[in-house]
Design a protein around this ligand. Structure first.
Ligand code: VG1
Ligand code: CO
Length: 544
């Protein structure tokens, strides 16, 4: 097999965002676009030469084509061994698990996560480091720098590889091991959770569940673990066949996009427990019977109850949450005498804290929770954590969360997304907010007194790296907060995210509707940022 060197020219837009490089499929199909980025990975991550790489994706449109290209480039770039998920499928958490289990020199994950898939939709690629986590900014910046000066890439000429047959084959001098996408991950889950007890719960005759895989990658994982190992009724997993276009929907587990699941957990015949995950399996939504658990609360409940779960029975070392995530976890950490770290948005900032043993659990408001078992957020892990908790406590989801609020107070929470707005308008809005920061503290808006206002910056406590301009925080004396930031995962125009949080310590006021509680804060935010005037939008695209 011949290695050929192809002459290319740089593309100027290959800087990875919050979670890798995400673009429209059409952009990735432009000749050399994917190849340039992959070559930049091989050029900068030099341990891959002669080393091992894990490879797989969420199965979306263009996954298989991209894998064929990457395999041929891996062979041309001297990679010794590729661990490939069968059919080219690996959920993001399963990829992280493989990188760690087999001590590979990193992994390449193909996903645009919760973004829609299909020929006119999104695709993505990211590199994970040998700890199993998304590359930190120092690495993504080095890859980006390389893409700006690239002049050639190496690829071998060969027939397409059969991705579906488990076993081993060679491509040039590279060994390709096609492995079961589910097994290592399932084994790890068995170590962390009390499968016996969850099995009993499913067999008790008084418990029912639905898991919505949203036609995305988690289907095979959830079927094997929930219906196979744990004895849940067949049919517990819905939309369990991965599809290249996710059945035409947004594989985004929230109240807006997972409506089928929401209706199964509502009304008189509702199931007791509902859960969903996203395109690449790292997000989760948790629902009780007629009850929604905000992701911020989910993290806090997990932290407060971790000692009841097998894998965390000896206690947790600390907690972290991304900046826009509600401060519910902070209250738990305080009670437990632990540190709660506040990091910029994106899982890459948790890696150092996990590696250093400073935290055991972490999470984001965007339906992401995880722990030190891997270095990515993990959708099915969160679902199993909740199942284990339900089995131990023998209480409903609603009872557990309400008891938590009573003990710690309730952090009402909501997020408004304004998607695909004009980029200059979005940037102008942020500049405008920044210009006001100095004058805001001390002001009172509709009886809310501003305690602080800043542009969030983070100094990594492990390596000292500083990350700036991570979003505008406006905090009020009563613990409420308004946060504004621009998304780093969108592929069209700009997406403005507005995050709102209100704290309520009084148990008699903890069952109001979030909408009512937030009304005044929403109006303050709209006026402060001039959202209507600047974006032309009177309503957000999605409220979660
Ligand atoms: C969004 C979320 C962020 C999450 C990221 C990747 O980023 O807000 O919390 O880590 O997606 O999630 P942004 O920059 O668009 O706000 V996933 O499930 O794409 O891997
Ligand atoms: Co995801």
């Amino acid at each position: 097999m011949d290695t050929v060197t192809i002459t290319t020219q740089p593309f100027s837009d290959q800087r990875p965002g919050t979670s890798g490089l995400r673009k429209k499929v059409k952009a990735f199909q432009v000749p050399h676009y994917l190849e340039n980025f992959v070559q930049a990975i091989f050029d900068t991550q030099t341990d891959l030469r002669g080393g091992t790489v894990a490879l797989g994706g969420d199965g979306r449109f263009y996954n298989r084509e991209a894998i064929q290209i990457i395999l041929r480039m891996a062979a041309a770039n001297g990679v010794k061994r590729v661990l490939l998920g069968q059919g080219g499928l690996l959920s993001t958490p399963a990829a992280s698990c493989l990188i760690r289990n087999y001590k590979t020199n990193g992994g390449i994950i193909l996903s645009a996560s919760h973004n829609p898939g299909g020929p006119d939709e999104d695709f993505g690629i990211k590199f994970n480091t040998p700890n199993g986590g998304p590359a930190p900014e120092s690495v993504t910046e080095a890859i980006f720098e390389r893409t700006k000066s690239i002049t050639e890439y190496a690829i071998i000429e060969s027939q397409a590889v059969d991705l579906d047959q488990p076993g081993e084959l060679t491509l040039g001098d590279t060994r390709i091991q096609i492995i079961d996408s589910v097994k290592d991950y399932a084994d790890m889950m068995m170590q962390l959770f009390d499968f016996e007890r969850i099995h009993q719960l499913f067999n008790s005759g008084v418990f029912s569940m639905r898991f919505d895989a949203m036609h995305a990658v988690t289907g095979p994982y959830a079927k094997y673990i929930l219906e196979g190992l744990l004895g849940a009724q067949p049919g517990t997993v819905i939309n369990g066949e991965p599809k290249v276009d996710f059945g035409g929907g947004h594989p985004d587990p929230n109240l807006a996009h997972a409506h089928e699941l929401v209706s199964l957990t509502s009304g008189p015949n509702a199931v007791d427990f509902g859960a969903a995950s996203d395109g690449d399996g790292d997000r989760n939504m948790i629902l009780g019977r007629n009850f929604f658990v905000t992701p911020s609360d989910s993290l806090a409940v997990m932290a407060a109850n971790a000692h009841l779960i097998k894998g965390y029975a000896t206690g947790i070392s600390g907690v972290a949450r991304s900046m826009p995530t509600s401060q519910a976890a902070d209250r738990v950490a305080e009670r437990l005498g632990l540190t709660c770290y506040e990091t910029p948005t994106g899982w890459k900032f948790f890696g150092n804290l996990l590696d250093a043993g400073k935290i055991s659990l972490c999470g984001e408001e965007s339906f992401g929770t995880g722990s030190n078992h891997i270095r990515e957020k993990d959708g099915l892990w969160a679902v199993l954590f909740w199942l284990n908790l339900l089995a131990v406590k023998q209480q409903s989801v609603e009872m557990i969360v309400k008891a938590h609020w009573k003990s710690f107070g309730r952090n009402y929470y909501t997020r408004y997304d304004y998607e695909a707005i004009d980029k200059p308008a979005a940037e102008g809005l942020m500049v405008h907010l920044r210009s006001k920061l100095g004058s805001l503290p001390g002001q009172t808006l509709d009886n809310y007194q501003i305690a602080y206002a800043d542009d969030f910056a983070y100094a990594d406590p492990v390596d000292g790296n500083r990350t700036e301009h991570q979003g505008i925080r406006i905090g009020f004396e009563d613990g409420s907060r308004i946060v504004f930031r621009l998304s780093g995962t969108g592929t069209e125009g700009a997406t403005l995210r507005l995050y709102l949080e209100a704290f309520e310590p009084d148990p008699s006021k903890q069952t109001q509707s979030t909408e009512t509680v937030m009304e005044r804060l929403v109006n303050i935010a709209l006026a402060l940022a001039e959202i209507g005037q600047r974006t032309g939008r009177t309503e957000p695209t999605v409220i979660t």
